[in-house]
Design a binder for this molecule. Structure first.
Ligand code: PMV
Length: 326
């Protein structure tokens, strides 16, 4: 009853920011994202009578009390479906810094859902696995299917899950994450979601979304980087506009965040086709087609402060692997 799985984080082109139902993570709007090939979480889960309580940890360090409780709540959901009362040992590891705006909760809950359901011999469909992962962390539902994924908010919980819009090999684009800070963010995305209705601009955001969603779908179909780039930048600004105008306000950006944004605008004027997006954190995702990658990496060498980069291409969704972590 031991299984291991690996799941990618994802970067949203159309953001999930605001929930209709906070307990069930039902979003205000549909969202669209790309799975990230170099931001992976691996999780091994074993259910066994020898465990007298759930044992949860990272490979190299302890997990926070809150983090463990969140994992246990998700194990409880899975035990309920499987009608099992067995405790589990869960060991997990990320290939990238967590809690700084790269969606480690997405890859974390996607890999946990896959490994734990497989360990209890539940053979869930992709749709049901996506639906289940959503309860752990909303954006986790988009890390289940392949490549570029679409999360339809649905009318009720059962209809709220993600499916693949295009496979990973559909479009040779890359996401270069510029890490300007690895510090744990002070305000979780959970708290950000709760505050959206306090922003006077939230209603306008929601009203404009159907057009943007159509734009991203069209851009994906046409492989039109310019069209995609314009919308993903608007979306990133929108998310942060809502965050900054919430009560109390949330400022996720560092000064380097704005500096990278301005440089991207300059590089574009110089003819490099690059665009940015940002999740709930300070780090900037630079999106470009594969042929621009080296140009962007050269430009990044000129930044006058220290950064780390993670280079991603579109990735497959969650999958089971044979190498266990314990
Ligand atoms: O899944 P959560 O609750 O961590 O929300 C994540 C929301 C953003 O990453 C900021 C946007 C998104 O759509 O991924």
């Amino acid at each position: 009853m031991k299984k291991t799985s690996i799941a990618p984080a994802n970067i949203a082109f159309i953001k999930y920011w605001g929930k209709i139902d906070a307990n069930q993570n039902i979003p205000v709007n549909d969202s669209i994202s790309m799975n990230l090939s170099a931001c992976l979480t691996t999780t091994t889960v074993e259910f066994d009578k020898k465990y007298k309580k759930d044992e949860i940890s990272y490979v190299t360090k302890e997990m926070s009390k809150d983090g463990k409780e969140r994992v246990i709540r998700h194990l409880d959901r899975i035990r309920k479906i499987a009608k099992s009362s067995l405790y589990a040992k869960v060991v997990t590891t990320n290939s990238f810094p967590s809690s700084c705006g790269i969606a480690s909760s997405a890859s974390g809950f996607a890999s946990l859902s896959k490994a734990a359901t497989a360990a209890l011999n539940l053979d869930l469909s992709e749709k049901d696995l996506s639906n289940l992962s959503r309860f752990g962390s909303g954006s986790a539902c988009r890390s289940i299917p392949d490549g570029f994924t679409y999360w339809k908010k649905g009318k009720k919980s059962e209809d709220s899950y993600a499916y693949s819009l295009k496979p990973a090999n559909w479009w040779n684009i890359c996401d270069i994450i510029v890490i300007v800070s690895e510090e744990k963010k002070k305000i979780s995305s959970g708290d950000g979601h709760k505050r959206v209705n306090t922003s006077p601009y939230f209603k306008t955001r929601v009203k404009n979304l159907p057009n943007k969603i159509k734009g991203v779908k069209d851009a994906m179909k046409e492989k039109n980087m310019k069209k995609l780039g314009k919308i993903i930048e608007e979306e990133a600004v929108d998310l942060h506009l809502i965050a900054m105008s919430s009560t109390p306000p949330i400022f996720y950006w560092e000064k380097e965040t704005l500096d990278v944004i301005k440089r991207i605008q300059l590089w574009r004027e110089e003819g490099i086709e690059v665009y940015f997006t940002i999740d709930a954190g300070p780090n900037v995702h630079i999106l470009c087609e594969g042929h621009e990658k080296e140009n962007v990496l050269e430009k990044l060498k000129t930044l006058p402060y220290k950064i780390k980069t993670i280079i991603n291409v579109p990735a497959k969704g969650v999958r089971q692997i044979e190498n266990h972590l314990f």
